[in-house]
Write a protein that binds this ligand. Sequence first.
Ligand SMILES: *[C@@H]1O[C@H](CO)[C@@H](O)[C@H](O)[C@H]1NC(C)=O
Ligand SMILES: *[C@@H]1O[C@H](CO)[C@@H](O)[C@H](O)[C@H]1NC(C)=O
Ligand SMILES: *[C@@H]1O[C@H](CO)[C@@H](O)[C@H](O)[C@H]1NC(C)=O
Ligand SMILES: *[C@@H]1O[C@H](CO)[C@@H](O)[C@H](O)[C@H]1NC(C)=O
Ligand SMILES: *[C@@H]1O[C@H](CO)[C@@H](O)[C@H](O)[C@H]1NC(C)=O
Ligand SMILES: *[C@@H]1O[C@H](CO)[C@@H](O)[C@H](O)[C@H]1NC(C)=O
Ligand SMILES: *[C@@H]1O[C@H](CO)[C@@H](O)[C@H](O)[C@H]1NC(C)=O
Ligand SMILES: *[C@@H]1O[C@H](CO)[C@@H](O)[C@H](O)[C@H]1NC(C)=O
Ligand SMILES: *[C@@H]1O[C@H](CO)[C@@H](O)[C@H](O)[C@H]1NC(C)=O
Ligand SMILES: *[C@@H]1O[C@H](CO)[C@@H](O)[C@H](O)[C@H]1NC(C)=O
Ligand SMILES: *[C@@H]1O[C@H](CO)[C@@H](O)[C@H](O)[C@H]1NC(C)=O
Ligand SMILES: *[C@@H]1O[C@H](CO)[C@@H](O)[C@H](O)[C@H]1NC(C)=O
Length: 780
Amino acid sequence: MAFVDLTGVDDWVHTVNALPNLVVLILQRCRLTAPSALLHHNLTVLEELDLSDNSFNTLGVPNFFWDLTSLKSLSLLDCGLSGPFPDELGNLTLLETFRIAYNNFKGMIPGTLHNMCNLRSLQLGYNNIGADISEVIERIPKCSWRNLQELSLAYANITGEALTFVSNLTSLRKFDVSDNQLSGSVPVEIGTLTNLTVLDLGNNNLSGVISEDHLAGLMNLKLIDLSNNYLEFTIGSRWVPQFNLVWASLSSCHLGPQFPNWFRRQESINYLDISNTGLLGRIPDWFWTTFSHAGSLDISLNQLSGDLPLSLEFMSVVILSMQSNILTGLIPKLPRTIEVLDISRNSLSGFVPNFQAPQLQVAVLFSNSITGTIRTLVCRSPELRVLDLSNNFLSAELPNCGRKELKQRNPFTNNSSRVNSTSSFTSKITTLLLRNNCLSSRFPLFTQQCPNLIFLDLTQNKFTGELPGWINEAMPHLVMLRLRSNYFSGHIPNAMMELHNIRILDLSNNNFSGAIPGSLQNLKALIGTGNGTQFENPFEETYYGNFGLADRGQYNDSLSVVIKGQVLEYSKNTIYLMSIDLSCNSLTGEIPEELSFLAGLVSLNLSSNLLSGNIPYKIGKLRSLESLDLSKNTLGGGIPQSLTDLTYLSYLNLSYNKLSGRIPSGHQLDILKADDPASMYIGNPGLCGHPIPRECPGPPRDLSTNNDLESWRKHGLSQMDFLLGLITGFVASAWMVFCGLLFMKRWRYAYFGLLDELYDRLFVISVVTWRKWFRSTDVN
Ligand SMILES: *[C@@H]1O[C@H](CO)[C@@H](O)[C@H](O)[C@H]1NC(C)=O
Ligand SMILES: *[C@@H]1O[C@H](CO)[C@@H](O)[C@H](O)[C@H]1NC(C)=O
Ligand SMILES: *[C@@H]1O[C@H](CO)[C@@H](O)[C@H](O)[C@H]1NC(C)=O
Ligand SMILES: *[C@@H]1O[C@H](CO)[C@@H](O)[C@H](O)[C@H]1NC(C)=O
Ligand SMILES: *[C@@H]1O[C@H](CO)[C@@H](O)[C@H](O)[C@H]1NC(C)=O
Ligand SMILES: *[C@@H]1O[C@H](CO)[C@@H](O)[C@H](O)[C@H]1NC(C)=O
Ligand SMILES: *[C@@H]1O[C@H](CO)[C@@H](O)[C@H](O)[C@H]1NC(C)=O
Ligand SMILES: *[C@@H]1O[C@H](CO)[C@@H](O)[C@H](O)[C@H]1NC(C)=O
Ligand SMILES: *[C@@H]1O[C@H](CO)[C@@H](O)[C@H](O)[C@H]1NC(C)=O
Ligand SMILES: *[C@@H]1O[C@H](CO)[C@@H](O)[C@H](O)[C@H]1NC(C)=O
Ligand SMILES: *[C@@H]1O[C@H](CO)[C@@H](O)[C@H](O)[C@H]1NC(C)=O
Ligand SMILES: *[C@@H]1O[C@H](CO)[C@@H](O)[C@H](O)[C@H]1NC(C)=O
């Protein structure tokens, strides 16, 4: 009854127990509740029980299972069972197949298994065994070793280096100890396991060599995964293996420098990953024909060079990754089957060829020398979702996919598309990255055909003109919009503030003028209160193809973001970096008060504009702010004291403005830029006080040279204590005034203009008072 929803059937155990002749019971993924213990069970002839994929979520295992001593096969995969492995397991002495992987068991497997002599398949992986491999093996019943065909201990927190035991498991077909911390070398005896079909040692800390002897006897091998270890292959170019692999992952093994010739006859391969294996030189011609039936090929992160074939249309590859090599020549015509292409970081040139790739979803072509137009790529690949062409030489306008393309996509509907030629094409693109090309036009109309866009980066191109008013309507889901370093001009349209999901807005280095639109509070994602919208993060996307997991996210550093004065590389966390950068434009007017609503904002850069007025005094409400750059404007007035509320602030630049009054101090402000704190305020002739050398009017704060101080200290009071008392009083009485000011906008400005002055006066008063007080006590 697998996959039948039995939610609500609570007493399923009793129901089943009423069927004493039951031999096979399969209730996989039935949404069952945990079985209750039975006093007397009638299932005396039950041989096979499969309860996998039911969320029992119990601590320990109900006794129900261990009483079924007639069982030959027990599957409890992914049942949410936790606690230690139960000792009672040993009672199931007839078991041949035992699968208990993907639970939350913790600790060593029990020592009671020694009578399980019929075991053939044992799956214990994805539990936290946390022991040495030799101890684990010791507890697997010796009497079963010669019959054991499958042993899976993947992802079980297993350490140690003694793998030689495998040669005694002579019947082994599947051996999986991947994703542990095994070290030492791979024993050469593994080559005697003639029936081995699956060998998975990936993601461990194994070292040493893999020689011909390791592989010679493995004539039935189909799957090999040795990836992410420190293994070195020493296999001659004339060696011919006896196996026909289907799946080979050797990523990060050392295979090079020559392309491994022993793959030449591996025509059955469906999945091949030889990325980062130290390969040098040309890709041999046989590569393309041998692997023409493969589904996934990854040869990235090597130093492979030379031209690619002009056409790969004869292949049937679905995922092709060749990134980070030194490949040259033209981009080949792609096979129609392709879904994911990554040829980034090579030296490929020329136009994107005219090809049909109707399934293409991800095209990562950044950092090459590609020229011309990308019309075919975007208009003929209706499934395209991610396109990264950053760092190329594209110059033609972005296409306007219209009737022509539609016709080609769908030759049988001649006339329906004629009705609405351009706007009837909608692309599925979510990520369009075109940084650092030579694109020159107005804001691309193509984006009107991309209602699903989430990430748009047009940084460092030659776009001109004003931004359209339809940005928010055409691309309502935008999370990142980067137009940095172009020639855009005109006002920032109000539509920009209707991008409710935007987290990264970068308009810096353009020629925008006019005021910053006031309705900043509509940038809901930056307010940080609403639930984050769900979207695919292209920087950590994983591709679930027909081949298990293949990393599709290997293009995360094509972008960079400027924050805290440094250029940081994008990583998968970049999109959580809420930022607004409007620096280097000609924006005028005041900084809108509404800015203070953006409590989620992490970085704000308004530097190098013509902004005037005051710094919004509620700036302290931007509680997440880590970087604030308001330098090179004509901002006036005082620096709001609320700046000291920004406890995460780690970069501040207020230099070159017309700010005046005393620099506030306290909290985070005092430890910023420890090497040269004055540089944060430089170029504001009206500012005074620590950390800049210019003192504020009134007596100096530093009284340590004063002779009075010594005797004052004798009385066990610090000057600070005294001041604190005084200030507390002052604050209490000022609070009512302050509250009033909070709500009266007009007063507020005047008040903060006065604040510095008041602060100075307070200081003067206190010092004078203190002196009086001190003198009198001294006399006493
Ligand atoms: C099952 O095993 C436990 C502990 O190993 C033991 O105490 C118990 O007697 C066994 N039950 C049967 C029915 O064999
Ligand atoms: C792995 O096992 C060791 C030893 O039992 C334990 O200390 C450690 O916490 C385990 N690691 C994890 C990630 O559970
Ligand atoms: C494995 O087999 C060898 C002989 O083939 C034997 O000497 C050795 O003791 C066996 N190891 C174990 C742990 O049984
Ligand atoms: C390998 O498998 C075949 C067929 O299943 C079997 O006859 C043979 O005994 C096995 N070899 C070993 C060493 O177990
Ligand atoms: C991995 O192996 C190397 C030696 O090959 C050793 O120095 C290192 O500590 C090991 N790392 C872990 C995590 O076991
Ligand atoms: C499509 O149009 C062409 C010419 O414009 C015509 O010859 C052909 O019959 C049309 N096909 C259909 C299915 O209408
Ligand atoms: C094509 O247009 C004709 C008349 O203009 C119409 O009768 C026919 O249904 C249309 N065909 C399709 C597939 O839309
Ligand atoms: C063409 O598309 C536009 C914009 O989507 C729409 O307003 C218009 O009604 C469409 N025209 C026809 C004839 O479908
Ligand atoms: C910037 O815009 C102003 C008008 O707002 C214009 O006069 C000026 O020429 C522009 N500068 C550049 C470099 O385009
Ligand atoms: C966020 O979403 C969850 C469930 O999707 C909901 O329970 C919660 O109330 C939401 N929080 C806010 C602040 O909207
Ligand atoms: C992605 O970026 C992170 C942080 O910059 C880096 O550690 C990681 O290696 C990158 N991943 C790839 C596949 O380049
Ligand atoms: C703000 O922008 C200016 C000009 O684009 C840049 O020089 C500065 O480093 C940026 N500030 C921060 C904190 O990133």
